[in-house]
Design a binder for this molecule. Structure first.
Ligand code: NAD
Length: 280
């Protein structure tokens, strides 16, 4: 049976684990924080329970999804994987040392993938014994719902790894779009000015609620501040800073103080229960 490994069981990792398990794959899952490991299956069950109550998911199917996920202590227990996807904190050294640990245990043809929003895959591949099997698989939030997955090759990524990652991810019901290994890939790059203009208006005195109300009435399913609350202001700031650095301070990628202040306040959005629009 094909086995997917997921490392990092926060917002994205949990959703990615659910996505592949729901498609019938065996999933090995881990997180550096014991509490995240211990609560992972319970959080998934709680997240899916409303769908069962609404008659959209059979209880037996929920049980089968959870039964396909095995939570393990760490990367050392993930040797049996065909595709390992990391969704840990958006910091290059953390991701690189994780891939070094995975390389030591997985088969030579196992694919290693990063869910990074903004980091360079070429830089991430530096130091790997087999850089040809590293690529980006960028899921969107919430991962079980959003169709798009950006597939990112660095110059040394091999065709076999790309083909395997694409096949397994399409089998999980996703639309896989190849993207250049450029800061922000496609979607996060287009999204920066969207957030930036909203943050500029906030600094000019408009409220987050009125900006979002206008954008939603204009047809966007979520406004810019609703999206920051969903994604996490910390994750949004990390992606914005990463693009600003990579684009050498180009004004399109300006990092607004309003976003920095939001992160400093700890009101990160949905995951902390307070944000630009939360709890209202
Ligand atoms: P998160 O903070 O919700 O979760 C990260 C998890 O990784 C935490 O549970 C943490 O304990 C764990 N972790 C940290 N270091 C670890 C390590 N060395 N080994 C194992 N586990 C470790 O973060 P998130 O929002 O899920 O984001 C994860 C990644 O996905 C980031 O690279 C982010 O840029 C990317 N991403 C996020 C979103 C989003 O909307 N939040 C969307 C697409 C991509």
């Amino acid at each position: 049976m094909t086995t997917i490994a997921v490392i990092g069981l926060g917002t994205m990792g949990l959703g990615i684990a659910q996505t592949y398990a729901a498609a019938g794959f065996a999933v090995l899952a881990t997180d550096a924080v014991p509490e995240a490991r211990e609560t992972a299956l319970g959080r998934l069950r709680a997240g899916l329970a409303p769908r069962v109550r609404a008659g959209k998911l059979a209880q037996a199917d929920l049980d089968a999804i959870l039964a396909r996920i095995t939570v393990v202590d760490g990367p050392k227990a993930m040797g049996a994987t065909d595709l390992a996807i990391e969704a840990v904190v958006e910091r290059m050294p953390v991701k690189q040392s994780l891939f070094a640990a995975l390389e030591a245990v997985v088969a030579p043809d196992a694919v290693l993938a990063s869910n990074t929003s903004s980091l360079s895959m070429a830089a991430m591949a530096e130091g790997l014994a087999r850089p040809e099997r590293l690529l980006g698989l960028h899921f969107f939030n919430p991962a079980p719902v959003m169709k798009l997955v950006e597939l990112v090759a660095h110059p040394g990524t091999g065709a076999a790894a790309l083909d395997r990652a694409r096949r397994l991810t399409e089998a999980a019901g996703k639309t896989v779009i190849p993207c250049p290994d450029r800061p922000g890939f496609i979607v996060n790059r287009c999204a920066r000015p969207f957030y930036g203009e909203a943050l500029a208006m906030l600094e000019e005195g408009r409220s987050a609620a009125e900006i979002d109300a206008a954008m939603q009435a204009a047809g966007y399913p979520l406004g810019p501040f609703g999206l920051i609350d969903l994604v996490g202001a910390d994750i949004n700031l990390a992606a914005t800073e990463s693009l600003a650095a990579a684009m050498e301070g180009h004004p399109r990628y300006h990092v607004f103080d309003a976003l920095r202040r939001q992160v400093a306040s700890g009101d990160l959005g949905r995951k902390t229960g307070r944000g630009f629009l939360y709890p209202d």
